[in-house]
Design a protein around this ligand. Structure first.
Ligand code: GRF
Length: 321
């Protein structure tokens, strides 16, 4: 069993982006593997290549099927292959809302324009007609609205004086073949990327009332309350003192709770060096199945334990009912 993320690639045609994804996955440290190539056209040339590469394939024409029925059959094949992510690579189908929603945050697409410009078709011709200096390509998360999900990565490609839609398309493809494997690799391994994890913690911690960020012994710390009277309620700890894990440190009610947590769930909780002595617990963040809801709950609880009374009073009253 490898610890690589399992991706299914959906295509309709040539599948050159699929090929780029496959060959990038053959580099030893690539964090994903392609476990299925599926197409809505059994004649899609990309299928032949995938077969030659020993990758399981699936093809089902959409003709005569409702959108939902076709999507469910594709989805069943994806699940059967054990894929955790769906990567669309020139899959020329509008997907049903239910399908997209079930894969929220786990479905990516590549689109040949610098989104949000030129959603939909004929992107290169439209960029040239508009007199743009650059065309390009974007990798984005798939949401029910076409080509409108969060953009994860882009490459801009200059438009030359004699440019045609065809010549631009060709160069954009070269850019896509570099961009897509890298963007997919970054996305599936973001759960162990300290920069991404810190950004998540920062957004969540600073969303609580009257909070600010202040560094403490090289770690990002988050304080509740104003100025000097503010108190720390969370630290982002990126493997100091030889710790192997990236963690969030928050306050428990005391040593009894801290020890119980560490004993019951040693995969999730640990007693941090220095801070542990005063009842702070370390929550391991770099795990693919991290429960962000639980992280939020800990941040709120820890905030509440140090925040000024005038901010927590109403919560305390509400708790009494
Ligand atoms: C790519 O240009 C991609 O941006 C768009 O469809 C094209 C697919 O090409 N979504 P290929 O099948 O990967 O060669």
């Amino acid at each position: 069993m490898t610890d690589k993320a399992r991706i299914a690639v959906l295509i309709s045609g040539a599948g050159t982006n699929m090929a780029a994804l496959v060959y990038a996955s053959r580099i030893a440290d690539c964090p994903y593997e392609v476990v299925l190539v599926a197409a809505n056209d059994p004649a899609a040339p990309g299928l032949t290549l995938a077969e030659a590469e020993g990758i399981p394939t699936f093809a089902l024409p959409h003709k005569g099927l409702t959108r939902e029925a076709h999507d469910s059959a594709m989805e069943a094949a994806v699940l059967e292959a054990g894929a955790e992510y769906i990567v669309l690579a020139g899959y020329m189908r509008i997907l049903s809302e239910g399908f997209v929603e079930r894969w929220t945050g786990r479905m990516l697409n590549i689109h040949p324009s610098l989104l949000p410009k030129y959603k939909g078709l004929d992107t290169h011709a439209r960029a040239i007609a508009a007199g743009d200096s650059h065309g390009g390509t974007s990798v984005h998360l798939v949401t029910p609205e076409l080509d409108a999900g969060e953009v994860l990565a882009q490459i801009a490609v200059p438009i030359t004086p004699q440019e045609t839609a065809e010549s631009l398309a060709e160069r954009v493809k070269l850019a896509e073949h570099q961009l897509y494997p890298r963007a997919v690799a970054d996305y599936v391994s973001r759960w162990r990327n300290p920069g991404w994890l810190l950004a998540q913690i920062r957004t969540r911690a600073l969303a609580l009332p009257e909070t600010c960020e202040q560094e403490s012994f090289g770690s990002a710390g988050f304080r509740a309350g104003e100025g000097k009277s503010g108190k720390y309620f969370a630290y982002f700890s990126d493997r100091p003192h030889g710790h192997e894990r990236i963690a969030l440190l928050v306050k428990t009610s005391g040593m009894d709770e801290l020890h119980a947590l560490v004993e019951d769930q040693p995969e999730t909780y640990f007693k941090p060096a220095f801070y542990g002595a005063s009842g702070w617990v370390g929550i391991v963040l770099d795990r693919p199945d991290l429960d962000w809801g639980a992280v939020d709950a800990w941040l709120q609880r820890s905030w509440r334990s140090v925040a000024p009374k005038r901010l927590t009073r109403f919560m305390d009253i509400a708790d009494e009912f």
